[in-house]
Design a protein around this ligand. Structure first.
Ligand code: ADP
Ligand code: MG
Length: 768
């Protein structure tokens, strides 16, 4: 037991030693903690001390700032400004009053320089007032600003106070906590048991304290920034204050200037008023003097007028009388006028009637004259013969060659230009035509002869001109001619143009042309689009018995250029159609048909004349043996148509009842240009050289026969028959002397046949 007790004692002892050791360690720890706590608390205390110092410094700073630039200064400044403003206001009021006074004064004069100046000054014043008003408003604005700034300052102060209070509070709190913590430490010291917890609390508290310290520092920072900002604002406000002070001084200077100006203006005004008053007085005096003088003159005038009035009264009386007379006349005037008009109308009517009568008479006379002219012309042409035959001998050319073959076989009669002698086979044969042109005759000479015929076509006659003869005898030369020396075709058109131009005052004419050819009895339009097309000759459907060719192109021509164009066109058409144009043209009849249509302006009379210019096919006979096929057919066609032409002309000239127009295309086409009072000219072309005498003889025989038909109706037909059948169907080598050829005579018996032929001509004429 004891042992147990000893054991337990030693155990307890051991435990006590352990506990003592633990207590020692704890005490050591506590001492360490305490020293730590001490250090922290001293640290905190020094920090709080520092903060306190800083706070005090800041409060002092704020106080200093307040005393330096605080509200009192600004307020003072504002008061000053207000006083200044008040003074300015009073000044303005005074100015206004003065102005009112000046306005109230009666205007010394109007429209004078001074008034203008014063108006200007007034304007200026108004302007100044306006400016003052502006300045006032600006001053008020500044006032407002100062007020606002003071308010803001007060606010800032308030905020500062608040923050100071907050700081003090914070300080208080901190010191309280310090005290608390000290107390806690003391209690902890007193009771070491809950040391652990206390230490923990202290630890926690110290961290909180640290945080609070940090916050306080941040707050301090913020306050310092605020103070800096406030300083800035203060500086700006100072600047503004300075600015407004500056403006105020400027405004003051301006007001001073205006005042002085006003004063000066006032002085000027007074002065001017005085001078104006003087002027006025002077002007009144002068006007009075002038008025007196004028009055005197007026009085004098009045006296003159009075005397004039006395003399005017009788004149007025006579004028009144005159006026009354005129009034009466005016009243009577319409009646008089009516009468005069009536008589004038009657006279004019009479005159018109007379003029109409004379006009009618003149027209009748004109028509009679026209008729007479036509009659005379007809008579002239009749005297010359409606059908005339003219011969033309071409000159010998290089183409005729030389030697005996090219020797000249033709001679002329120097006394009679209608006679031609031909030496044929040793015998001289003479022929009489209407006229014969020797080789030296020019184109113009020939044209001169046919001119009258051509112009008759303007009067509405139909005319045919044929060129007849063997190939190479000069038919184409006479009709077409050369470029330098044109023939009848072109000259005729030119003449027509000039004639028509001359008559243009009374007549309106249109000239159209057609170009055609007859080959192997087929009619072709050389101006048409298809020249190879055969055209038909038809009877007009109107029952007039007239013929026309449907589809035959007609070109209206007005100038030489137009003619040339038409001819060229026709020529081109013909050239493209035939490879050997010379040969072809000698075997076809070429026709140029010119139509002249006229209207008389005064009578409305219409005329249509046709001029047919025909270059016939070569009249040479083709040898029986040499001609075959197409050449023979050509020759037969040519023969037939030339015979038909001869027949028609003979029938016409001998005035037979039946004219065989339908025997060939040519005569059928030219029917209306050959019959009636139409005129025909046959130009017989001959070659003068020896080798052609046989053909020349034939041509001349044909010519003479055409012009000298003088047979009874019965035998005439027989003659015609023999002519066509014998002459033109004759072939080389079988030439037979026909009965008509007996009328040509040999040179040995010359003289009598001529007189005989002349007698025939005369007979024909009388019978016509
Ligand atoms: P045709 O038409 O009758 O066959 P041309 O008119 O072609 O004959 O004439 C044949 C040639 O004779 C042409 O070279 C032509 O220039 C010429 N000739 C014809 N008549 C005359 C004349 N009066 N003056 C000059 N040369 C002419
Ligand atoms: Mg020819």
């Amino acid at each position: 037991m004891i042992q147990k007790m000893v054991e337990s004692m030693s155990q307890l002892q051991e435990e006590k030693g352990q506990l003592q050791e633990q207590l020692m360690a704890l005490q050591k720890k506590l001492a360490l903690r305490e020293s730590d706590q001490q250090a922290v608390s001293t640290q905190l205390q020094t920090q709080v001390e520092n903060l306190k110092e800083k706070l005090i410094g800041q409060v002092q700073e704020v106080n200093r700032l307040r005393s330096e630039l605080g509200g009192t200064d600004l307020e003072k400044h504002r008061d000053l400004l207000m006083v200044e403003n008040e003074r300015l206001r009073q000044d303005m009021k005074r100015c206004e009053a003065e102005l009112q006074e000046l306005r109230a004064r009666p205007p010394p004069c109007s429209e004078c320089e001074h008034s203008k100046e014063s108006a200007q000054l007034r304007e200026k014043l108004a302007q100044l007032q306006l400016e003052t008003e502006e300045n006032k408003s600006r001053l008020a604005e500044l006032d407002l600003e100062v007020h606002q700034k003071t308010d803001r300052l007060a606010e800032v102060e308030l905020r500062l106070k608040d923050s100071l209070a907050e700081k003090a509070e914070e300080e208080e709190r901190l010191s309280r906590r310090l005290r608390d913590s000290q107390e806690t430490i003391a209690t902890l010291k007193a009771q070491p048991q809950p040391i652990k917890y206390i230490i923990k609390t202290v630890e926690v508290d110290s961290s909180k304290t640290k945080q609070a310290l940090c916050e306080t520092e941040a707050r301090n920072q913020y306050l310092q920034e605020q103070v800096g900002m406030q300083r800035q604002v203060l500086k700006e406000m100072e600047q503004q204050l300075q600015n407004s002070q500056h403006t105020t001084t400027q405004l003051k200077a301006q007001i001073m200037m205006y005042e002085s100006e006003l004063e000066r203006a006032h002085g000027q005004m007074l002065e001017e008023m005085q001078t104006m008053e003087e002027d006025k007085n002077r002007a009144i005096e002068e006007a009075f003097a002038r008025a007196q003088v004028e009055m005197k003159a007026v009085h004098e005038n009045l006296a003159g007028v009075r005397t004039n009035l006395l003399t005017l009264q009788p004149a007025l009386r006579t004028l009144t009388n005159d006026y009354n007379g005129l009034k009466r006349q005016v009243r009577d005037f319409p009646l008089l006028l009516q009468e005069a008009l009536k008589s004038a109308k009657a006279e004019i009517g009479q005159a018109i009637e007379e003029v109409n009568n004379t006009n009618r008479e003149l027209l009748r006379k004109y028509r009679r004259e026209l008729q007479l002219r036509k009659k005379c012309h007809n008579e002239l042409v009749r005297l010359k013969g409606n059908i005339r035959v003219i011969g033309r001998v071409r000159p010998i050319t290089k183409e005729d060659g030389d030697g005996s073959e090219a020797a000249n076989a033709v001679t002329f009669d120097s006394d009679d230009d209608a006679v031609i002698h031909l030496l044929h086979k040793g015998k001289s044969v003479s022929f009489e035509l209407d006229k014969v042109f020797p080789p030296h005759a020019t184109q113009q000479d020939v044209f001169q002869e046919v001119q009258a015929l051509i112009t008759s076509c303007i009067d509405g006659y139909n005319v045919c001109i044929f060129a007849y003869g063997q190939t190479g005898a000069g038919k184409t030369y006479t009709m077409e001619g050369t470029v330098e020396n044109p023939g009848i075709n072109q000259r005729a058109l030119q003449l027509l143009f000039s004639e028509v131009q001359e008559k243009s005052s009374d007549w309106e004419y249109t000239i159209t042309v057609s170009v055609a050819e007859i080959y192997n009895e087929a009619l072709r339009d050389l101006l048409g689009k298809e020249p190879q097309e055969k055209l038909e000759i038809k009877l007009c459907p109107d029952g007039s018995g007239q013929l026309y060719v449907p589809g035959l192109t007609e070109f209206k021509v007005q100038s030489v250029e137009d003619i040339n164009r038409v001819f060229e066109f026709g020529h081109t058409n013909r050239t493209t159609e035939y490879t050997n144009l010379n040969e072809h043209s000698s075997r076809s009849h070429a026709l140029l048909i010119i139509t002249v249509r006229g209207t008389d302006y005064s009578t409305g009379l219409r005329t249509t004349g046709k001029l047919n210019l025909v270059d016939l096919a070569g009249s040479e006979r083709v040898g029986k043996s040499g001609a075959e096929g197409s050449r023979l057919r050509e020759a037969q066609y040519i023969n037939k148509s030339l015979s038909a032409l001869g027949d028609v002309i003979s029938a016409l000239r001998s005035r037979q009842g039946h004219v065989p127009f339908r025997n060939s295309k040519l005569t059928y086409l030219l029917q209306d240009s050959l019959s009636g009072d139409s005129k025909t000219l046959m130009l017989v072309q001959v070659s003068p050289v020896e080798k052609n005498t046989s053909e020349t003889l034939c041509s001349l025989k044909f010519a003479e026969r055409v012009r000298s038909v003088e047979l009874g109706p019965g035998s005439r037909r027989a003659e015609l028959m023999s002519w066509s059948s014998q002459e033109h169907l004759e072939f080389e080598g079988s030439l037979v002397q026909t009965p008509s050829s007996a009328r040509s005579y040999s040179s040995s018996s010359s003289g009598t046949p001529i007189s005989r032929s002349s007698s025939i001509r005369r007979k024909l004429q009388t019978s016509a």
